[in-house]
Design a protein around this ligand. Structure first.
Ligand SMILES: O=C[C@H](O)[C@H](O)[C@H](O)COP(=O)(O)O
Length: 229
């Protein structure tokens, strides 16, 4: 394949449109959050007559979907989704991911869990050997934040509460986010299981139990499809 000279934004558009191949006609599609998913939502608008609607993982994505005339269903109103399409901050060779750079990790994990298949859309910069170079987002109940920061520090991480406009960021769920840098997550399944049990942790941004089944990776040579079985 010839190398294309595309900006990161164009790569996201490419992969956002490629994800349409995974949308099942007549069904409700699970929609993630983030700048790559925003390209997918734009593309979804062009085939909105062919789908029943969407289940969304954030207020931001819901607003974008509704602005395009796509009906957004409550996740409780839908038993199971055929496919969930979402971006990632990092993805490894097993389809394990770090997510939550946009603070939407909790609802993302919920929608991923109710979907038969997770299609990750990302540009090639997100592909890693070992998870952890991207600071790991963890959604926490505010009263537990200090204790959880200390726990990550004891593991050798550097943890801090994410801020927005000079105050702690508040998620769609009314909680806070801790970002943890300096961790190498060599056992994503074990790590996710362990941290998920800490009191006050709402959701850890390691997606190992809800890993991707397919990753559409935008590269300078076009879209590569990685399948994780
Ligand atoms: O909370 C946000 C999500 O996990 C996003 O899917 C992730 O941060 C990737 O976002 P982007 O496509 O903007 O890089």
């Amino acid at each position: 394949m010839t190398a294309l000279s595309l900006t990161q934004d164009e790569l996201k558009t490419l992969v956002g449109h490629a994800a349409l191949d995974y949308v099942v006609e007549g069904e409700i599609v699970g929609v993630g959050t983030g700048s790559t998913v925003n390209k997918f939502i734009e593309a979804l608008g062009t085939i909105k007559g062919k789908i029943r609607g969407a289940v969304s993982s954030s207020v931001a994505s819901t607003q974008r979907l509704q602005a395009l005339g796509i009906e957004v269903f409550d996740s409780n109103a839908v038993e199971e989704l055929a496919v969930y399409i979402d971006g990632a901050d990092e993805i490894d060779g097993s389809g394990f991911m770090i997510k939550g750079g946009g603070a939407a990790l909790t609802r993302e994990k919920i929608v991923a869990a109710q979907s038969r298949s997770f299609v990750c859309i990302a540009d090639a910069s997100k592909r890693v050997q070992v998870l952890g170079a991207f600071p790991l987002p963890v959604e926490v109940v505010p009263m537990a934040a200090r204790r959880i920061v200390r726990q990550f520090e004891r593991m050798g991480g550097l943890a801090q509460v994410r801020e927005k406009d000079g105050a702690a960021l508040v998620t769609d769920n009314g909680q806070h986010i801790i970002d943890v840098s300096g961790l190498q997550i060599s056992d994503p399944l074990g790590f996710e299981t362990a941290v998920s049990q800490w009191p006050g942790v709402v959701t850890v941004g390691v997606f190992a139990h809800q890993r991707a089944h397919v990753c559409l990776l935008a590269t300078p040579s076009g879209v590569e499809t990685l399948r994780f079985g």
